[in-house]
Design a protein around this ligand. Sequence first.
Ligand SMILES: [Cu+2]
Length: 1002
Amino acid sequence: MSLGRKVFFVFVAVGLLSWGALRNGAQAPDKKQDVLNRLIKRAETAAQREASAALHAAQVGAPGIRASLSAPAPGGQPNYYGPEPNWAYTARIRKFVDSLPGLNAANNLGQMLPVAVPDTLTFPNSDYYEIAVQEYTEKMHSDLPATRLRGYVQLNKGTSGGQNTVNPAPIHYLGPIIVAQRNRPVRIKFVNMLPTGQGGNLFIPTDTTLMGAGMGPDGSAYTQNRAAIHLHGGLTPWISDGTPHQWITPADEPTNNSRGVSLRFVPDMWFDAGGRPVPAGTPEATNDPGPGAATYYYTNQQSARLMFYHDHAYGITRLNVYAGMAAGYVLTDPVEQGLISSGALPSDQIPLVIQDKTFVDARTIASTDPTWNWGGDGQLWFPHVYMPNQNPNDRATGANDFGRWDYGPWFWPPVTTLTHGPTLSNDGKIIPGTPTPSLVPEAFMDTPLVNGTAYPYLTVQRKAYRFRVLNACNDRFLNLGLYYADPAYKTSFRVDSSGLPGFGSEVKMVPAVTHLNWPPYWPTDNRTGGVPDPATAGPVIVQYGTEGGILKNPVVIPSTPMGYEYNRRNIVVLNVNTHGLLLGPAERADIVVDFSSVPDGARLILYNDAPAPIPGFDPRLDYFTGDPDERSTGGPATTLPGYGPNTRTILQFRVEGAAGAPTFNQNALNTALPAAFAQSQDPLIVPSGVYAQIQDTELTFTPAGSTEPVTMSLLYKAIHELFELDYGRMNSVLGTELPFTDFNTQTTIPLAYIDPPTESIASGETQIWKITHNGVDTHAIHFHLFNVQVINRVGWDGAVRPPDPNEIGWKETVRMNPLEDIFVAIRPVAPSLPFSVPDSVRLMDPTRPEGAVGGFTLVDPYTGNPVTRENEFLNFGWEYVWHCHLLGHEENDMMRPVVFMVAPEEPAIQGIQIVGSQAIVSFKPSSSTGGAARLVYTVTAMPGNIKATGSSSPITVTGLVPGRTYRFMVEVGNKAGTTRSKVVSAATPPTPRNARLKRSPR
Ligand SMILES: [Cu+2]
């Protein structure tokens, strides 16, 4: 046992208080105890689950035989301990029978990614789109019926030849993709055309106990057809950011809550009474595009990158996005185009948007998920029963063989103050008091889609391609690599060119044991199902960009199975330590794959073996060919070759054609990319190789372009995993870490989204955040508005881990791992705008009336002292958020506001009235205080430097000398900076002769 380990166990001896106590104003909890409990508990429940399953089988017979007295029925009370898993499995569907939908190119099912066509006439120097959200159905696989979806569609005609004549494409899953040019704004009128009334309810389970999805401040319900567009990765003024309180309902929805409290309209887009855009100055025009509509202004002032736009409506984001409300947004710039025209990057560009879904199988749903009360065969399935890992009814094991998540009241130490605690089932068992349907912490599905098609294939020529990869799964991580398909697996439903059974659906797996010729990073842990044969590894992935734009240097990523830390002396034991192209939800990778050396006719599989969750791996969520039959613990039956469900085999490449295309020139990219980075990307804040250590309270470094070192204090943030106080479900939150944390005061302060903001930053300011991770899950943390530089990670044992090579650049979604702190540097800068933007002033909790108490964290986030809180209006400046992009986490409070402070706008002088020796200076007051309580304006008259101050227009300057010309200037400042008006001159009148005589007795 190492010293670090000993220290760790000393920590564990310290007592622990729950978040409940914390919320009541007591001391903060002992995080190490909590984490260790969870690590142990997860490990135990996996083993205990097996034992419990065996016992269960002996007691009640084979799975599927109902032991309960009351048979669950659709919409009814589920059995929380089996025999039903309350889970669903997609029917056996064939893999790689449908082609990949392309940009404006339909596959055999008619699916495609339509590219929106801009109207370039209506708003000068802008691309204008009218985008609606609608319900529709689309067939996503040959073996599935059409699936009901929600998605975006362009409504307006695009411009061609100086006229708006191009009809928009019909609605398609993941469409329409918007292609934007750097520094050319995109303007959007968004129209919510979802069904209304009862028909407007979501067609997947919707937990209305969740904040934002239930009751509004007047006691009436928020509807389930609310929608907001967030441009993920956008450098967007907050009024257009599409954050949780900026949703709209359809125009004719009967509701008291038709607009989120933070909905604002773009100030220079004008509409007539019919919602049609009209020029500025049109009589009776307003910025309001009408009921059921919103407007957005996207600056596109950042460098080239793949972004996407998706729903962000409060309380239903995870469901709306799962139902299809997401689409690509490709921003390009001259630097990227230069890389292509010079040949450093291939010109062919193919998006690969990867998601996981489960489709209802009508033949099995009643037996595996009898309380399912939503769509029928081929429709989207979503988990809705909170299956606890614990079973206090089972005195022999205490464990639930069908469990999936820990439950607060049955954990140690227990959450004892729940609003809705454990209750009794009608057959007398103690069961969780969780609602029906219930949110669950994560929704891991069984069927991968690429560009909307399940298990597609893509025919490629023997040359290099650019792929724009986006992990758009709700919660699932992906670890991607390429392998030649195993010719041993022939499938009867596919024939090759010679008329024989085809091959190409499977990766050749071999036992994961030590092998002389294997790469050193190849797993030898004897894992179930083996590992891909390294001899079948396909072309390497060359990554040149992330969600933050191009990387500083290209990174070669060979196919690499997931590897885990097995050193039991390492505090992050069982975390992921080696991987291929690892992408958390919302992470992107711009990559090159060169097929020029792949033989004609070869089949390659895009393979994923990321665990779910990561790193805590529940084998029931890992679907692969020949996987064990896990029905006795609520898991799937064995997956057959050639068929789903299978989360490992994502996409099949069919390589064909003549050789002879020039090989991808890696050296050219190696040379060109650093220059392109310097040209188009903001310089990194902290030089490479400067790392922070676990005990550091500040970081010293020499910024780019400077020779003087600077020392910056670290700002302490935290990730904490605990339990809700209402229903006792696991939830992860963000928070702060007390600066005086030591062995005796171990204090992560977990904060809810409704708690007052703790993150604020001025435009142009640099901050370094130390985010302490007090939990067991890897989270993908997303920052609105700004990108971050990953400085390094560090284990709680002090082991420094530099950023991955493909993290050296800018990121806006970052993996944060258990028992590892991460240091990130940020320097957000406000975009330049053609209009002024007010602050966000709103109630802390818009779902309750002003003055409401309860629900807030009653601890000062900087001192740990008890505080009282009530629902009040706060100034959030330019309001953004940072949050986990595992949508189940985000939705249950893993989100915090960010107050972005912008220097006041120019207080332009509008008039100067001279009265005797006084000047009354009127000016345009700033619409934003930048988070300051009140702005103070200063008027200066020169010469003489005569000053006057005030908080509003006009301000009177006194003591001017008659007969002089003065230059007047107004200035106003806040934390983000000082802004001065243009100088305006005005003359005081000459003093009348007699007055002068009176004053001049000589
Ligand atoms: Cu998370």
